[in-house]
Design a protein around this ligand. Structure first.
Ligand code: FAD
Ligand code: SIN
Length: 533
């Protein structure tokens, strides 16, 4: 059994930023970071475009970044949180620069600033087209230099431990539900262990894997959200799934889709339909740089209208030198599949990309469960509202990691370990007879979510999804109760829960707002509210 004052689940930008801060404030205390995969296999590593931040006060302002964020969020952002994130952003970005992250600079030393959909100014700092990889590298290097951080890889967190595990009946209205630690499946020993913690941070990232096509890596299965829902914590705005307009379309390729960053359109890339028409001007005056929800819906509509599985991104007017200066990784990837972007257009289609909702937190990153914080993509802080502004999530993760750190540092002295928790009970479970059942259920889930709960929804589709998910849930629950646990089974169970929460949120929202578009309710309701489950 492990015991730690500070437990961090997740090794992306949110978890590592928080861990570094706590570890340097409390050099005599151990900080335990856990991840179910390798250290850097995170959504963070794949971030391309960069981090939105106001650091050129001559041409940009906090007011403009705040306004862009609010416009994208379509009436559901928490304005106080937007202000906090935008205004504290520059200080947090300076911290990661101090930890060693490098952002591209002009010859005169000033930062290069990119632009993406919904931004009124050039404000996105980046490292070529591999910004996330560079930030993750810097964070991991800094963590390696911090002797009181213990890093455990290949450890799958199953559930947070609360009074429920001590035999108490917990419901959504039980006050003071408290987190005492977690149960984890150690993937190296295949044993289930108990970890006691005074304060736990969930930084488990997104849930794109719930859909058939996603830009997210395989770790993005919504585990944190699902754990908190099971523990009767509050989850909100799950219906707001952001589809990135331009994932590379590669027929026959399953799993993670390669992203073509929006910054390519920021630099002048043009979307064209099957007939070569630059169609975005028919949909929005901001054309290719309209916010993502608008561009993704426009592409979806063009694909349906012209009967194709993708549209084109035209970069043929770029020189190789200009393109590769900013996008060397995309250039190489396209070339590897026979696309020379100076001569051929790039086939692109929307893919599930980002979860705007998640574990409901307050402005200090506190979840509704005591001693449990959440930040990064798994959290719903109020920043994104109904639609996230491009490149605001790396920023949000850093700002909220700091907020969680400030609050946790203050609280930890008043919290004691709970030593009366039972060990995990695996009695009566056996090896599953057919692992293939899990794989098949996963495929079914992804089909249901993509076919019925995608970019454009309606009530009949949502009802279908709901009925089909009920059956999948029932079958998976039976398997879970009777089988020894595997990461595949745990992820399937979590993803079905996440699918259920997305469908539930979407069904409750009788309007079209931001990323949620329901053809039965094409307008906005005057009842502007967050849906809390
Ligand atoms: P992650 O970085 O995803 O880390 C999650 C961690 O939790 C991982 O270590 C994982 O193993 C661990 N974990 C999950 N479940 C468990 C479990 N059960 N047990 C143990 N460990 C667990 N945002 C921007 O702002 N700018 C961009 O340019 C940008 N580009 C993007 C490009 C792509 C292709 C993608 C996919 C996303 C992009 N985003 C971008 C979004 C952004 O990268 C993510 O929202 C952000 O990195 C999430 O960070 P995180 O720390 O919350 O989670
Ligand atoms: C991109 O580079 O297009 C992704 C940016 C983001 O998701 O914020």
């Amino acid at each position: 059994m492990h015991k730690t004052d500070f437990l961090v689940i997740g090794s992306g930008i949110a978890g590592l930023t928080y861990a570094l801060k706590v570890a340097s404030k409390f050099p005599d205390k151990k900080v335990l970071v856990m991840t179910k995969a390798t250290a850097d296999e995170t959504n963070t590593k794949y971030a391309q475009g960069g981090i939105a931040v106001v650091n050129d006060l001559e041409n940009d302002s906090f007011a403009k970044h705040i306004e862009d964020t609010l416009i994208a969020g379509d009436g559901l952002c928490n304005e106080k949180v937007v202000e906090i994130v935008v205004k504290e952003g520059p200080e947090r970005v300076q911290e990661i620069i101090d930890w060693g992250a490098r952002f591209d600079r002009e010859d005169d030393g000033d930062y290069k600033r990119g632009k993406e959909g919904g931004h009124s100014e050039f404000r996105i700092l980046h490292h070529k087209d591999v910004t996330g990889k560079e930030m993750e590298r810097a964070l991991l290097d800094a963590v390696a230099g911090q002797t009181n951080i213990e890093f455990i890889k290949h450890c799958f967190v199953i559930d947070i431990i609360t009074q429920h595990h001590m035999g108490y009946l917990i419901t959504k209205s039980t006050p003071d539900v408290e987190c005492y630690g977690v149960y984890v499946l150690n993937l190296e020993t295949n044993r289930i262990e108990k970890i006691l913690s005074k304060i736990t941070l969930l930084a488990t990232g997104g849930n794109g894997q719930v859909y058939r096509t996603t830009t997210n890596p395989s770790i993005a299965t919504g585990d944190g959200v699902s754990m908190v829902y099971r523990a009767k914590g509050r989850i909100e705005n799950m219906e707001f799934i952001q589809f990135h307009p331009t994932a590379l379309y590669e027929p026959g390729v399953r799993g993670q889709a390669f992203l073509i960053t929006e910054a390519v359109r920021g630099d002048g890339g043009i979307l064209r339909n099957k007939n070569g028409e630059a169609f975005m001007e028919r949909y929005d005056e901001r054309k290719d740089l309209a916010p993502r929800d608008i561009v993704a819906r426009a592409i979806d509509s063009e694909m349906k209208r012209t009967g194709t599985e993708h549209v084109w991104l035209d970069c043929r007017h770029f020189t190789k030198e200009k393109f590769t200066e900013h996008f060397p990784n995309i250039y190489e990837k396209c070339l590897s599949i026979g696309i020379d972007i100076t001569q051929h257009m790039i086939p692109v289609a929307p893919a599930a990309h980002y979860s705007c909702g998640g574990i409901k937190t307050d402005e200090w990153g506190r979840s509704s469960i005591k001693s449990l914080y959440a930040c990064g993509e798994c959290a719903s802080t109020g920043l994104h509202g109904a639609n996230r502004l491009a490149s605001n999530s790396l920023l949000e993760a850093m700002v909220f990691a700091h907020k969680c750190f400030i609050d946790a540092a203050e609280k930890v002295k008043d919290i004691s370990f709970n030593h009366s928790l039972p060990d995990w009970n695996a009695e009566g479970t056996t090896e599953p007879r057919e692992m293939i059942l899990i794989t098949q259920s996963l495929k079914e889930l992804q089909l249901i979510m993509s076919d019925y709960v995608g970019i454009v929804r309606n009530d009949v589709r949502l009802q279908r999804a709901s009925r089909r998910l009920d059956l999948l849930w029932e079958e998976t629950e039976q398997l879970y109760q009777s089988s020894s646990l595997s990461p595949q089974l745990l992820e399937l169970r979590n993803m079905i829960t996440v699918g259920y929460l997305i469908v539930k949120g979407a069904s409750f929202r009788k309007e079209s707002r931001g990323l949620h578009y329901n053809t039965d309710y094409p307008g906005k309701s005057h009842l502007v509210q967050n849906i809390v489950l």
